[in-house]
Design a protein around this ligand. Structure first.
Ligand code: LLP
Length: 439
């Protein structure tokens, strides 16, 4: 992937930096991000959208990986930002991300979060439900401002990696359903609600999607409602169609995602034919990729420790991290690939399973991976860990979270410091009655 290669010493190198040197200098576990690859992917989405001739915006879905430095890169590349919580919004604002390029998602934005976003002057809210519509309208009107909104619709397009089923995915906590008329009602309500201005419709059909059918289908369904909103209900400010994120990536050889431009071309074609059919001017297209921008760019380095061989059964190779830095195998049965960063050219002679260090049998990072004969002290590099790893990391077992470094052009920069044990206890409070003169 990206700038990864094996150098003369037979070590894995990323961004021109030897990963064994990164492990020695910054310690392990360590998240390493290939900055150039992230930037190239952002540019690939932008130029693919440019090629459709449609007005467009790429909003990076920050839930996949959100830090100050990441927000800076997204800002520098001219992308917009999708946030889903006060914490992500705060991170973006601290990074001096242009507020007008931020949009706010989420199925239960609190009054405090809405205030925070209104005070910051963000670009748009993606309104999820009637409660939020009323709350946002009231809070905005109170401040004497008008908030631009998109409505999040649940178009009833269900996507399962390769196939999609269009029989309503009504059973979802997100968005307004089309099947029972609530989407139609939401449009009419928002046109009547003071303090908001309806500028667009949104749908997100899923994540790690490998085909274009679901997107086309969603564009057609949402397009029909868009036309109705304009022609029948007078939604004169409607001009944005946000088709969400979900573009798949290759974690292992078995995964067969499309390229960025293939997803975008299909979406562009669907938008044009749908809006031609409806006799409407083309909308501005917004996409919200998260995983596909950072996923392949991340690699986690671990140090191998204990090894338990059960002859004829399995060899458990333990690393100094696990579900606390990557919960995805335990949560979703996600499959990852790995290699020895310090012996990258050696022949892979054994099949082992990589165990995390958490006190839980389910903390397995990889079942059955082929590696050279491993020994304690080897550096294991697990690839494609850039998305939903750091952002979902926890302090389970009071394990401190790893540092994050960005590498590019032979340079490594720490963008998140390694947590110390003191950081882990820093918010703990011992009530006076338990102090007993000991602390
Ligand atoms: N837009 C909306 C409204 C979303 O809900 C999501 C993801 C995205 C964009 C970005 O989707 P992406 O391009 O990253 O697929 N924790 C899970 C993934 C949860 C995705 C939730 N929503 C995982 O680790 O696989």
């Amino acid at each position: 992937h990206g700038t990864s290669r094996i150098n003369e010493q037979g070590h894995l190198e990323i961004g021109g930096v030897d990963t064994t040197e990164l492990a020695a200098k910054f310690g392990t576990p360590l998240y390493v991000f290939d900055e150039q690859l992230m930037r190239e992917t952002m540019r690939a989405y932008k130029s693919a959208l440019e090629a459709t001739g449609l007005r467009h915006e790429v909003a990076y879905a920050s839930k996949a990986f959100c830090t100050l430095a990441m927000c800076r890169i997204v800002a520098e590349e001219g992308l917009a930002l999708d946030v889903v919580s006060g914490g992500e919004l705060h991170t973006a604002l601290k990074a001096n991300f242009p507020p007008e390029r931020i949009h706010f998602h989420g199925n239960n934005k609190t009054p405090d979060e809405i205030e925070q976003a209104l005070n910051a002057g963000i670009g748009a809210f993606v309104v999820d439900n009637f409660h939020e519509l009323e709350l946002l309208g009231a809070l905005a009107a109170e401040k004497g401002v008008v908030a631009d909104i998109l409505l999040r619709l649940s178009p009833g397009v269900e996507v399962h990696t390769h196939e999609y089923i269009s029989t309503g995915q009504i059973d979802s906590k997100f968005g307004f359903d089309l099947q029972n008329g609530s989407a139609q009602r939401a449009i009419q309500e928002s046109l009547k609600t003071k303090g908001v201005r309806l500028i667009g419709l949104h749908s997100h059909i899923g994540s790690q999607i490998f085909e274009t059918e679901g997107f086309k289908h969603a564009v057609e369904i949402v397009g029909d409602l868009y036309a109705k909103a304009i022609h029948e209900w007078g939604a004169s400010d409607l001009s944005v169609l946000n088709v969400g994120g979900g573009f798949g990536i290759r974690y292992t050889e078995e995964d067969a995602p499309l390229l960025a431009h293939q997803y975008i071309e299909a979406i562009g074609t669907a938008v044009k034919s749908t809006f031609d059919r409806l006799g409407l001017p083309y909308p501005e297209i917004v996409i919200e990729p998260g995983r596909s921008i950072v996923g392949n760019a991340g690699t986690t380095l671990y140090t191998i420790g204990s090894i338990k061989d059960i002859p004829g059964v399995r060899k458990y190779v333990s690393v100094n991290g696990g579900m606390s830095d990557n919960p995805r195998p335990a949560l979703y049965q996600a499959v990852y690939e790995a290699m020895l960063a310090n012996r990258a050219r050696e022949e892979e002679t054994e099949v082992v399973s990589i165990a995390g260090k958490a006190c839980e049998s389910g903390d397995m990072l990889i079942w059955d991976v082929k590696l050279p004969s491993v020994k304690a002290g080897d550096v294991l590099a697990v690839s494609c860990t850039g998305a939903y790893n750091y952002s979902m990391a926890s302090n389970y077992n009071r394990i401190a979270r790893p540092a994050v470094v960005f590498v590019q052009n032979g340079q490594a920069d720490v963008v998140v410091k390694r947590e110390s044990f003191d950081d882990v206890v820093s918010l703990d409070v011992v009530p006076a009655r338990l102090l007993d003169g000991v602390l």
